[in-house]
Design a protein around this ligand. Structure first.
Ligand SMILES: [Ca+2]
Ligand SMILES: [Ca+2]
Length: 392
């Protein structure tokens, strides 16, 4: 047991130190968040389309990374399975071969990334691109969206017709790079922008729908349009997602970037009595991770209201330090508990009274309830595996 824990802890430490971060090579890594595997079911009820095209796991987001490369923002989404070229004769609509749909290597998935740059509650857009159903919390209102989709030109044309104002803030790149399990997009950094490490990021995966660009003739069509994502239907379908929840507000979002599957299911959850779609929140990177040797008091924390209380507090007691190295620690929380990047916690000493020996700022979330944090204040040299970590 001890060996396994140590192996997990050293792997976690390797992640934390950036040793395993694919993006870190050329660009300057800004943020790296791991998403659990096996949670590609949205609120828990969503089923894949029944076509054999959709191998189990094909929509399962595994990680999201942000980097800065000169004047460009680099966004990378890594999935559980490698991206594959579909069979030559795969037809997805009348006279439409899947191979002919995409010229960018992406065939089955859409990845939407909504970026809250100014961090000002209520400032920015609170809607997603049409078809995603969910809305975005005012404290995560965004200024920039990047949508990765197999048909960027058709999606751009549809979005302009459906939501002209929104379309100015949405970038749908046609030059994404698909390699192995990772799709990467580059987009110019907004002029005079702040540090991307301090921005909020909301990432969702939907299933791509296929059709040629249409002219939207009527307001009704305009209102019902989806930007090339599959809808959710009651029951199974080869060209739609299935659900057992009888509500029009079930988002067609198979995977949402979130540290635990349970938190994702609750964020996307809808009951038959719900009168509005769920409201999603962005991840806000900690300013703290940029300044590991600061004075402590200079560390910024996210606004209190940007983090749901239930996600910020470990509900049943303390976490545990798994590994410590200089001012970096790796810790776990009890099953079901989670904290957001930027949350402030304390490491308690070994004495019975449990005096506070260090204040920490959470910097990363990893699979299986493991987190990393930076020591902001206190005596890092006294931190040792087994000590308790609390958030209050
Ligand atoms: Ca996932
Ligand atoms: Ca997820």
């Amino acid at each position: 047991m001890r060996t396994i824990l140590l192996a997990v802890a050293s792997l976690a430490l390797a992640f934390a130190l950036g040793l395993l971060t694919p993006l870190a090579r050329a660009a300057e890594a800004v943020l790296s968040i791991t998403d659990p595997l096996g949670d590609d079911h949205g609120d828990g009820s969503l089923q894949y389309p029944t076509s054999a095209l959709y191998a189990p796991g094909v929509f399962d987001l595994a990680a999201f990374e942000v980097a800065k490369d000169g004047a460009e923002l680099v966004l990378a989404a890594t999935f559980k399975l490698p991206f594959r070229r579909p069979p030559e004769d795969q037809v997805v609509a009348t006279d439409l071969k899947l191979r002919d749909v995409s010229n960018n290597g992406l065939y089955l998935q859409n990845v939407d990334i909504y970026v809250d740059i100014d961090g000002v509650p209520g400032s920015g857009y609170e809607q997603m691109v049409p078809g995603r159903v969910a809305t975005i919390s005012p404290d995560s209102a965004w200024e920039l969206a990047v949508v990765l989709t197999p048909q960027p030109y058709a999606a751009t044309s549809l979005l302009r017709q459906a939501e002209l104002e929104l379309s100015d803030a949405v970038r749908i790149p046609d030059d994404i790079v698909v390699r192995g399990r990772t799709v990467t997009a580059r987009t110019p950094l907004p002029l005079a922008s702040s540090d991307p490490g301090e921005w909020g990021y909301l990432v969702v995966v939907t299933a791509a729908a296929f059709r040629p660009a249409l002219a939207l003739g009527s307001d009704m069509l305009r209102a019902s349009i989806a930007i090339l994502n599959m809808p959710v239907l009651a029951g199974a379908s080869p060209t739609a997602l299935g659900t057992s929840v009888r509500s029009a507000f079930v988002p067609p979002i198979l995977d949402l970037l979130h540290p635990t599957a349970r938190a994702q299911e609750s964020a996307l959850g809808i009951t038959e009595r719900s009168v509005a779609p769920p409201e999603l929140r962005a991840w806000r990177a900690a300013a703290a991770s940029e300044k590991p040797t600061g004075t402590g008091s200079a560390q910024a924390s996210p606004p209190e209201e940007s983090v749901p209380a239930s996600d910020k507090v470990a509900p049943d007691g303390a976490g545990k330090v798994l590994a410590a190295k200089e001012d970096l620690i790796v810790f776990s929380l009890p099953a079901g508990a989670t904290v957001f990047v930027g949350a402030i916690g304390q490491v308690l000493g070994d004495s019975a009274g449990g005096e506070v020996i260090a204040t920490i700022v959470v910097t990363k979330l990893m699979p299986d309830g493991i987190f990393t944090a930076q020591v902001a204040k206190g005596d890092a040299a006294r931190i040792a595996p087994g000590q308790r970590v609390v958030f209050r």
